[in-house]
Write a protein of this length. Structure first.
Length: 281
C-alpha cells in the first residue's frame, strides 16, 4: 500500500491528496497528452483532469476518475494549478518505466494550496523518494463547449481500425480530411500527400463500427501536425469516439483500460483547418 504523507508543518490540511498502488497507471495516461511541457491540473471530488493545449487550436484532456485511486480527497469544490508535465513524468518514472515482475511503484500525491509545490512520495522495494514540483498560476483554457446537444455526427470505432488507417494513409499530407455522412461513403479518411490522394472508407455496418449516428454530411480538414499527438492515446486505447459539431470542431475520445481493467478517458479537441463545401469535392 502507498506510504502515508506527513501532515503539513503548520498543521494546515492538504487541499488535494491521492494515493495509487501503481504509479504507472497515472504516468501512462499523462504520456498520452504530453505534447507540451506544461499542463493544467483540475481536481474535483469526481477525479483529476489534466489539460494540455497548443496554439489555441488543440486541447487534450486526460481524465482519471477518483475510483482509480486507492484514496482521493479534495477539500474544496475544485483545486486547480499549472505544472511542468515533463518534470512530473520524470518524477513518476524515477524508478524506471518498467518494474520487475510482481513489483510496482506506490504513489502518494499531495498539494497544500496556491503557491505551494506538488509533493510526490514514491516507494518501490522499500526505497522512498520525495519530489517537490513547483506549481504555477493556471492559465485560462479554451472552452470548446462540446456538449452532447451540439454534436452533429458521432461514431464509435474499435481503435484497431483507426490505428490501421493511420498506418496506411500518407502522412506526408499536411491535412487529414474527414467525411461523415448518413449516406455513402459514411465515414471516410483522406490524405493528399507526395504520393497523391488516398482515401479509406468505413461502411456503417463494418465490424469495426460500434455506433453510427450521423445526421448530416460534413467534410472537414484538420492539420495532421495537430492530430499526431493523439496517436499516443490511440495506441493505448480500445475504443475511440469521433464527434463533430456544426462548426466542424473535432472531438476524439479514447477509452483506455489499464492493467487492472479500470477505464479512463483521454480526449482531444481540434479546430478545423478548412471547411469543405460540396462544390469543392
Amino acid at each position: 500500500m502507498p506510504l502515508s504523507a506527513p501532515p503539513p508543518a503548520s498543521g494546515e490540511r492538504y487541499l488535494l491528496s491521492a494515493s495509487l498502488d501503481n504509479a504507472r497507471h497515472l504516468s501512462s495516461l499523462l504520456r498520452a497528452v504530453h505534447f507540451q511541457d506544461h499542463a493544467t491540473c483540475f481536481a474535483t471530488a469526481s477525479g483529476l483532469r489534466v489539460t494540455v493545449e497548443d496554439a489555441k487550436c488543440i486541447q487534450a484532456n486526460a481524465f482519471i476518475q477518483a475510483e482509480i485511486f486507492q484514496e482521493f480527497s479534495v477539500q474544496e469544490e475544485s483545486v486547480m494549478f499549472r505544472i511542468n508535465l515533463s518534470v512530473l513524468l520524470d518524477c513518476l518514472t524515477i524508478f524506471g518505466t518498467s518494474s520487475l515482475p510482481g513489483t510496482s511503484t506506490a504513489l502518494r500525491m499531495c498539494y497544500r494550496g496556491y503557491g505551494y509545490p506538488l509533493m510526490l512520495f514514491l516507494e518501490e522495494g522499500r526505497v522512498v523518494t520525495v519530489c517537490k514540483i513547483n506549481t504555477q498560476e493556471p492559465e485560462e483554457l479554451l472552452d470548446f463547449d462540446f456538449c452532447s446537444t451540439k454534436v452533429v455526427n458521432k461514431i464509435i470505432l474499435q481503435s484497431e481500425g483507426l490505428r490501421e488507417a493511420f498506418a496506411e494513409l500518407d502522412m506526408t499530407s499536411e491535412v487529414l480530411q474527414i467525411t461523415m455522412s448518413p449516406d455513402k461513403p459514411y465515414f471516410r479518411l483522406s490524405t493528399f500527400g507526395n504520393a497523391g490522394s488516398a482515401h479509406l472508407d468505413y461502411p456503417r455496418d463494418s465490424d469495426l463500427m460500434e455506433a453510427f449516428h450521423c445526421n448530416q454530411t460534413q467534410t472537414n480538414r484538420y492539420k495532421i501536425s495537430l492530430l499526431k499527438p493523439s496517436t499516443k492515446a490511440l495506441a493505448l486505447s480500445c475504443k475511440v469516439s469521433i464527434r463533430t459539431d456544426a462548426q466542424g470542431f473535432l472531438s476524439l475520445q479514447y477509452m483506455i483500460r489499464n492493467e487492472d481493467g479500470q477505464i479512463c478517458f483521454v480526449e482531444y479537441y481540434c479546430c478545423p483547418d478548412e471547411n469543405i463545401t460540396e462544390a469543392e469535392l
